[in-house]
Write a protein that binds this ligand. Structure first.
Ligand code: MN
Length: 737
């Protein structure tokens, strides 16, 4: 036990040094009385937690000290908040009571600790929280908004030390963090904290992608630094000459925002990481702030050409959350756009730390007083039905209803899924076997089909049956990659099983004929029936699509089989009895799936069922159906686009699916029409929708097209890449409406 004693002594020293670290950064703890009360809070917390250790094994007291340090250093709060942060876990986890706290530290600290203890119940249990309830909860629990700020600091430290938690706990805490805490920090203007929370959440929810992005960022660090140094050199020289006191900072985008861009916009990492901002922060007195910022703007634009569309003056009119800065985007010598943010040290602090710093500067009174003004402002905002309050709620709604949804198991466990995820996606998210045997679901106690799209807050119970098997048409509505790949694997597995039955039939047949069962002979058989893969052949034999009895015109020589007419197979996959041959009755759909619209086939191109066609509304003769490659088509489509309507044969609809293609390029007149021309005329691909957006000479576009298969789609992508000005073409998910 001697060793333990030595450790404890050392530990005590370390705890004290960590406490002193807190005091060093607590700039607002100035008076001897303030210092005394903070020390008292530390002593009380130390004593209360003395027998407790965190999961990592370290003494528990490190946690409240760290939370208090975040509160002081990163949010800029004062004595009352620091005292409360030091005590934040005492009432919940130790013998200390609220009355003790009030007795020792007064009623203000009591009410904050009370709020923190209550908020823990709501925040930390995964119940479905709608935005409106969330607001109510914040209102009732946070008579003092310091409660929320300390809670945020608490969560930040827990996220920073999440490593030692169990994997399932990590996931739960990380999901909650991106669900509630990060948007909350964002709304309160705590940008650094918001960013760090998001990055840390990603680290645990998407560890592989997080690591990939981090590694790539590290790799690019040297190149980035060199670029920034070269870019800022002339500016720095001039600033020195003018006698400015300044720092130049440059930070790449946050890992989470890069990840988000990659996923929502389908932009490769290399293109995002290139985009970064250079920040010039000057130290200048309040009365010169605006003039000096503009002076620096003028220096920057003396060296680099600015984009006039991208000038943002948030100094003259600050953002509603207090953000002030002057932004411009300029062209660097290497042809890259660089955003330059110009601001003062004060503005920078507000931007990083949010409202707290804002009010600290605004008010000339003591820190506690000005903080109270800020707190009451936020409270008012939450309390009223003002526009800001609605914004506040919208922020959560945005988070609730945008690219991710948050749903719950019957046990209340939180699951994160992409928006548009269905009940079946949820089933596969739980387990692939649950997915494969899923026959239906209950969403909020109501029975729904497998394809039912889920909403945030839904509670889902999955119904399964042992007899159920994965179905091909499931692929039409699941959205998660996990569900898709599991369904495909299950289908393949089933195909393999069926194929093995067909294989046995072939083996028997060969045996009866005295033919060796080997790859040479099987491939002869494939050729005879017109198949490219043995597995497909076996499958169709087992399914009775083709019959071995029809085998004819062959000779057998030394156990090898030869067919006479190899070039005229009796059957061809895809052209089997299922497919309608041209001339058969085929229904034409005109417009949006209308099949009873009268039409005539245009005599100029004589379309037949199966052709790619479109409808054209004539003046006197109703709707005429033309082939897409009709000699008149280009002229009709370009001159009378408004009279063109969609038309499609039933047989085609069955074969087609919609694919989404995204492209990026250099904006150029005629580019859009080149692309649409290529798609609709040259490639005969039907477009469902198209969208373009042009930004600073760069355009972003997406089209949704009907294609037959991936070869067809890849062909289209290859052709699009050839269009002059187009830089990247990628296949993606359905765009947000
Ligand atoms: Mn805590």
């Amino acid at each position: 036990m001697n060793l333990d004693n030595i450790d404890l002594e050392q530990e005590k020293k370390e705890i004290l040094s960590s406490y002193r670290g807190l005091l060093r950064v607590a700039k607002h703890v100035k008076t001897p009385e303030d210092k005394k009360i903070v020390r008292k809070a530390f002593d009380v917390a130390l004593e209360a937690h003395k027998d407790m250790r965190r999961k990592s094994g370290e003494p528990y007291i490190y946690h409240p000290i760290a939370v208090a340090r975040i509160v002081a250093e990163e949010i800029g709060l004062g004595t009352t908040a620091i005292v409360s942060a030091l005590l934040h876990d005492t009432v919940e986890d130790t013998e200390l009571t609220l009355d003790d706290v009030e007795h020792l530290f007064g009623d203000k600290v009591r009410s904050i600790i009370d709020g923190l203890t209550k908020i823990a119940d709501v925040f930390d249990t995964t119940v479905s929280i709608q935005a409106e309830n969330f607001k109510k909860m914040l209102l009732t629990l946070s008579d003092d908004v310091r409660v929320i700020l300390i809670k945020l600091a608490d969560r930040l430290h827990n996220m920073r030390t999440l490593e030692s938690m169990r994997r399932d706990k990590q996931l739960k805490i990380a999901s909650e963090t991106s669900f509630m805490y990060a948007p909350l920090a964002h709304r309160l203007g705590l940008y650094s904290i918001k960013t760090e929370l998001e990055d840390l959440a990603l680290k645990y929810t998407e560890p592989e992608e997080y690591n990939e992005i981090t590694t790539k960022l590290k790799k690019g660090q040297a190149v980035r630094t060199r670029f920034i140094n070269r870019f800022t050199l002339p500016i720095r020289r001039e600033l020195d000459k003018e006698g400015f006191n300044y720092v130049v900072k440059s930070r790449p985008k946050s890992i989470h925002s890069i990840w988000n861009k990659i996923h929502t916009k389908n932009i490769p990492f290399e293109e995002i990481y290139d985009l970064f901002a250079v920040r010039i922060i000057i130290d200048t007195p309040p009365e010169r702030e605006k003039a000096d910022c503009w002076k620096i703007y003028s220096i920057v634009t003396d060296f680099y050409q600015p984009n006039p569309d991208r000038l943002r003056d948030w100094i003259s009119t600050p953002k509603s959350n207090g953000y002030e800065s002057l932004h411009t985007t300029v062209m660097s010598p290497t042809g890259k756009w660089v955003e330059v943010q110009i601001r003062t040290e004060r503005m920078d602090e507000v931007a990083e730390m949010g409202y707290a710093a804002h009010w600290k500067y605004k008010s000339q009174t003591d820190e506690e007083g000005s903080l109270d003004i800020w707190l009451s402002r936020i409270r008012e905002m939450l309390d009223s039905n003002s526009e800001e309050a609605i914004d506040f709620i919208d922020d959560f709604k945005l988070n609730l209803f945008s690219d991710e949804i948050f749903v719950f198991t019957p046990q209340g466990e939180l699951k994160t899924l992409p928006s548009r995820a269905t009940a079946l996606d949820f089933a596969f998210d739980i387990h692939s076997q649950v997915g494969e045997s899923c026959i239906g679901a209950k969403v909020n106690q109501k029975l729904v089909p497998l394809s039912h799209p889920l909403k945030s807050g839904d509670q889902i119970e999955i119904l399964t049956s042992k007899k159920q098997k994965a179905k091909e048409d499931w692929l039409n509505f699941v959205v998660t990659a996990k569900a898709k790949s599991k369904i495909k694997t299950a289908l393949k597995e089933e195909q393999k099983q069926i194929a093995s039955l067909g294989k046995e039939q072939v083996q028997r047949k060969f045996k009866s004929l005295g033919v060796t069962f080997n790859s040479r002979n099987v491939s002869e058989l494939e050729k005879f029936y017109g198949y490219k893969a043995a597995l497909d052949l076996y499958h169709d034999i087992a399914k009775d699509k083709i019959s071995l009895k029809k085998m004819k015109g062959f000779t057998i020589e030394k156990n090898n089989i030869h067919f006479e007419k190899e070039d005229t197979p009796v059957n061809q996959p895809g052209k089997g009895p299922k497919t309608k041959t041209p001339g058969h009755k085929d229904t034409l759909f005109v417009g949006d799936d209308e099949k009873d619209v009268p039409y005539k086939l245009a005599p100029c191109c004589n379309p037949i069922p199966g052709d790619d066609v479109f409808g054209f509304v004539t003046i006197n003769d109703g709707i005429k159906i033309h082939r897409v490659n009709c000699p008149n088509a280009v002229q009709l489509r370009s001159n009378y686009a408004y009279r063109v309507i969609k038309a499609k044969w039933q047989s085609q609809k069955e074969k087609e699916f919609i694919a989404y293609v995204y492209f990026k390029g250099i904006d150029d007149i005629g580019l859009v029409s080149n692309i649409t021309q290529l798609i609709s005329n040259d490639l005969n691909v039907n477009m469902k929708s198209i969208g373009f957006e042009s930004n600073d000479g760069v355009f972003d576009g997406h089209v949704s097209v009907y294609v037959y298969d991936t070869d067809h789609l890849n062909d289209l992508i290859d052709q699009l890449k050839q269009v002059e000005g187009v830089l990247t073409v990628t296949r993606g998910e359905q765009p947000d409406e």
